[in-house]
Design a protein. Structure first.
Length: 317
């Protein structure tokens, strides 16, 4: 398939999914929501940005009483983060010849001999972690609906919540079970799917030796130390926990918060700068996380070290 064919297939799949998404969303909207222009515009905004895996703000208060819309937001983000092409290839194997070329352009990497088997494995891993997150969140005090919605957006590293206070609604200052569960799923969402295969198959040495796994925790440590050293020295363990949570949420490009936006707004500027820089670095390649990606940052740092070393190296003969 040539470049034109790949471009045409990509446009066709994208437009098809968007049209279907808007149609289904419109049906849900008509059945459940009072018809105002502001509500319609807000709903279209959320569905569109869910499909392109982006969250630009907190929950719009108008929709908090409509669970079907909250779930639809989570589903669109869950699909959008892994990729429309991956789900289309899994659910529509008849289009494999078309989707294969699009997948190579969009994702590239394979974890199985064929593109179709790779896409099926990706969806399987994705669904498994979503189920795991749902169980962990329910153990942390969420109901099934909220647990499922948050698990979808946590593994997708998208951050849409069913509450305007985000995870803070359930954390309430001391719910460490929900605190830990959301961190686990966010971190899993930021790992490379190749590393997930090694982890799930029990090849722990291979998983730990991955450059992106080591790089993830190295950057996390570098970001964490300056953020928590002051409150830790002052004995404010709660502040340490809150800052670390928001760092992980930003680093994985998820966006969950332990309360309203006022918490981050009132933080010192250096905390905001470190959090923003962690978002720029982002998660691993071949993951649902955004950012420049860890592997590229590791390569950049190694290149800087090598070039710096050359300045002090003796001239070659």
């Amino acid at each position: 398939m040539g470049v034109r064919g790949i471009l045409a297939a990509t446009i066709f799949l994208t437009l098809t999914v968007c049209v279907i998404g808007f149609m289904v969303g419109a049906i849900e909207y008509v059945l459940s929501v009072p018809h105002t222009l502001d509500a319609l515009a807000s709903f279209r905004f959320m569905i569109f940005f869910g499909l392109i895996s982006l969250i630009l703000g907190a929950l719009i208060p108008f929709f908090k009483n409509y669970p079907v819309i909250l779930l639809w937001r989570a589903v669109t983000q869950w699909i959008g983060e892994l990729g429309v092409v991956v789900f289309a290839g899994t659910l529509l194997p008849a289009l494999h010849s078309v989707i294969r070329s699009v997948y190579v352009v969009e994702r590239g990497e394979r974890i199985a001999p064929t593109v179709l088997s790779t896409m099926r494995i990706l969806v399987g891993i994705y669904a498994f972690y979503t189920a795991l997150g749902t169980i962990l969140f329910m153990l942390g005090g969420m109901g099934f609906f909220d647990a499922l919605a948050h698990s979808m957006t946590a593994i997708a590293t998208g951050g849409m919540s069913t509450s305007s206070l985000s995870v803070g609604y359930w954390f309430r200052g001391n719910n460490w079970a929900i605190y830990t569960a959301t961190i686990i799923i966010m971190v899993l969402g930021a790992f490379n799917f190749v590393d997930h295969v090694a982890l799930l198959k029990g090849r722990l040495r291979e998983f730990i030796s991955s450059i992106e796994v080591k790089g993830f925790f190295l950057f996390l440590a570098l970001f964490t130390i300056p953020l928590v050293i002051m409150p830790f020295m002052q004995g404010d363990i709660h502040e340490v926990a809150v800052r670390f949570y928001h760092l992980v949420s930003g680093y994985t490009t998820t966006g969950f918060q332990l309360g309203s936006s006022e918490i981050l707004r009132n933080e010192p500027d250096y905390v905001k700068m470190i959090t923003v820089f962690s978002m720029i670095v982002g998660g691993a390649t071949f993951s649902t996380a955004g950012g420049i990606k860890i592997k590229r940052m590791v390569i950049l740092l190694k290149a800087l070290v090598w070039e710096s070393a050359r300045l002090f190296a003796p001239p070659t003969m």
